[in-house]
Each structure stands twice: as structure tokens, then as C-alpha cells.
Design a protein around this ligand. Structure first.
Ligand code: 5GP
Length: 189
């Protein structure tokens, strides 16, 4: 199969990564979004097969056993997220480059497995205080979840230097332009 390129956006939750990914997908680029599998429950208006493939914990474990994942992580305690081989194959068959919105460790695993073809971008929030505000204003998570995500964010920030590009999301419009430029340059390289 002809393989396309892989573009990974990783970041602490609340850094604005998903907004940037949606912006890239709204452009006229040959990009397809990798729909991850997760064992967490749908949030807000999320739909199965569009935002995620929502699996039960047992279904997720069965896929691990069947070696169905290119990468997977227990991103939060008892909550698994992973990229299915089938998803990558589907997008490459469609002739698209693949855009991933995945956690820091999963992003680096993809970079490790496809070192030549992967652009790994770390989206960095300007500060932990800004991150906390963003998580609270989203108003879809409980206080406990917010605290878990903040603790994890501090750890994730330490991985930033391992990425090809660190994109600081201070001003969203600037970050959108920068994200688009990096991705276009990479696709055309
Ligand atoms: P959320 O629950 O907010 O949708 O996602 C939580 C975290 O899991 C985010 O950092 C998200 O990027 C990450 N994530 C989503 N899909 C995957 C995946 O397939 N693999 C890995 N390793 N992380 C993922």
C-alpha cells in the first residue's frame, strides 16, 4: 500500500490542540483525521465513529490482544485511547495524509514507528493558569477530572523537546496560521 505522511498534534488537554486540528481539517488539504478508539464514555455531543470509536473496556482489551493497535495508551487511570491499524490503512487507501490528535506518548510512538514520514507537533499552552481557565470554561468535565488533567499536563510538558516543532498557543489566530504553514510545508516537502 502506498503510505502517506503522518502529522501528529499532541499536547496537554486544554491547550487548544483540538481547535487547531479542526482548523487544519477545514482547509482544502489532502488530510484525513485519524478517529481513535477509546474506552471512555462519550462527552457532550460526541458521536461514535466520528469523534471516536467508543468501545467498552472489554472490547478495548480484546483489540489490544488481537494486536489491532498501532499505538495505545492508558491516558488516564482506566481510560484507554488508541490508534487502530485499520484506521491508518483506511486513510492511506483514500490517498490522504493522516492527522492525529493524540497524547504525548502516543505521538512519540508514531514518530518512532514512522521516523521519516512523521511530523510531530507539540502544542504548548502559554501557562498552567491559562490551561486551567480553558479546562474550566469548557464546562464538560467534573472538578476531579480537571484536577487529573492539570496534574497530567505538568508531566506532558516535559516531553515537548522531543517533538519536531513546538507551537505555542498564546493567540489562537496566530497559532492557526502557524499550524497551517508547518503542515503545508511538510506535505509539500
Ligand atoms: P479526550 O478525553 O479529551 O478526548 O482525550 C484525552 C487525551 O487522549 C487527549 O490528549 C487526546 O489527544 C488523547 N488521545 C485521543 N486519542 C488517542 C489515541 O488514539 N492514542 C493516544 N495515545 N492518545 C489519544
Amino acid at each position: 500500500m502506498k503510505t502517506g505522511k503522518l502529522i501528529v498534534f499532541s499536547a496537554p488537554s486544554g491547550s487548544g490542540k483540538t481547535t487547531l486540528v479542526h482548523h487544519l481539517l477545514s482547509q482544502q488539504l489532502p488530510l484525513g483525521f485519524s478517529i481513535s478508539a477509546t474506552s471512555r464514555a462519550p462527552r457532550g455531543k460526541e458521536q461514535n465513529g466520528i469523534d471516536y470509536h467508543f468501545l467498552t473496556p472489554d472490547q478495548f482489551q480484546a483489540k489490544i490482544k488481537a494486536d489491532a493497535f498501532l499505538e495505545y495508551e492508558e491516558v488516564y487511570a482506566n481510560l484507554f485511547y488508541g490508534t487502530l491499524h485499520a484506521e491508518v490503512d483506511r486513510l492511506w487507501k483514500e490517498g490522504k495524509h493522516i492527522l492525529f490528535d493524540i497524547d504525548v506518548k502516543g505521538g512519540l510512538t508514531i514518530k518512532h514507528k514512522y521516523p521519516q514520514n512523521t511530523l510531530a507537533v507539540f502544542v504548548q499552552p502559554p501557562s498552567v493558569a491559562v490551561l486551567e481557565n480553558r479546562l474550566r470554561s469548557r464546562a464538560t468535565d467534573s472538578e476531579e477530572t480537571i484536577q487529573k488533567r492539570l496534574a497530567k499536563a505538568a508531566l506532558e510538558m516535559e516531553f515537548a523537546p522531543k517533538f519536531d516543532h513546538i507551537l505555542i498557543n498564546d493567540d489562537l489566530e496566530t497559532a492557526k496560521k502557524e499550524a497551517l504553514q508547518i503542515v503545508v510545508d511538510f506535505i509539500e516537502s
